[in-house]
Design a protein around this ligand. Structure first.
Ligand code: SF4
Length: 136
């Protein structure tokens, strides 16, 4: 987000929309004191306005990471949140993931952690890991 100009009451910023490849640069005018949105311009469609409003007032992200796997053919599996979480919860969620260890086998879609950092989401596995074959 780029801060462009401002006067005494309003601040104007440019926000590049990431919803589709057109990458419209949405001009946002906000009240400096309250942060409320006064106007949104240059978005070619409603989806961009919805995205910009959420990005400014309640930004959320899907969190992706990896978790250690014991007894597996590989030592890590990929994981992600099953829904976007508020940006300020990303580090608390990562801290929960960092302390997690799974046991093989792991299948895609397995629930790894429920309600990490009180986000009401679930962490799910995004990669299968077979149990290690014991030979000899
Ligand atoms: S405003 Fe609409 S057309 Fe423009 S980048 Fe966003 S989604 Fe695409």
């Amino acid at each position: 987000m780029e801060q462009n100009t401002s006067d005494s009451d309003h601040a104007v910023e440019n926000l590049t929309c990431i919803v589709c490849p057109r990458s419209c640069v949405i001009k946002v005018e906000r009240d400096k004191e309250t942060g409320s949105i006064i106007s949104l311009d240059n978005a070619l469609c409603k989806r961009g306005k919805v995205w910009a409003t959420r990005e400014l007032l309640n930004p959320v992200r899907i969190v992706c990471s990896s978790v250690r796997v014991l007894g597996g053919a590989e030592s890590l599996t990929g994981v992600k949140t099953d829904q976007p979480v508020p940006k300020e919860k990303i580090i608390p969620v990562m801290n929960v993931i960092r302390n997690c260890v799974m046991r093989a086998p792991v299948s895609v879609g397995d629930m790894v952690i429920e309600n990490p950092a009180d986000t009401q989401c679930r962490i799910i596995a995004t990669r299968s890991v077979a149990a290690r074959q014991i030979t000899g």
